[in-house]
Write a protein that binds this ligand. Structure first.
Ligand SMILES: [Zn+2]
Length: 97
């Protein structure tokens, strides 16, 4: 069973509903760890030097699983891909607003 994004979303006014940084800040980000999602892939976004946000994925986590577990792992990866796509769409919407 997959657990979706659990990162707390702060009250950032630049990337509302996306950025998890708290307090005054100029570097915006959200990092979703593999352990939080259950999928062997971490992802998120960061702004660098005030530029446009860059999304990332990190596949540096080992994920050995049996053939019987493949459907569950694949479902987690699909959910992660969907979450990345949704994050990208929201970031694009904020930048185009
Ligand atoms: Zn922010």
């Amino acid at each position: 069973m997959s657990t979706r994004t659990v990162a707390r979303v702060a009250d950032c006014t630049v990337f509302p509903g996306l950025c998890t940084q708290t307090g005054p800040h100029t570097a915006h980000s959200q990092h979703v760890t593999a352990s939080a999602t259950g999928a062997p892939t971490s992802y998120g976004f960061e702004t660098v030097c005030g530029g446009s946000p860059l999304l990332y994925i990190d596949n540096g986590h080992s994920a050995d699983f049996s053939a019987d577990e493949a459907a569950t792992v694949v479902a987690q990866l699909r959910a992660t891909a969907d979450a990345i796509e949704a994050m990208a769409a929201k970031l694009t919407a904020v930048e185009q607003a």
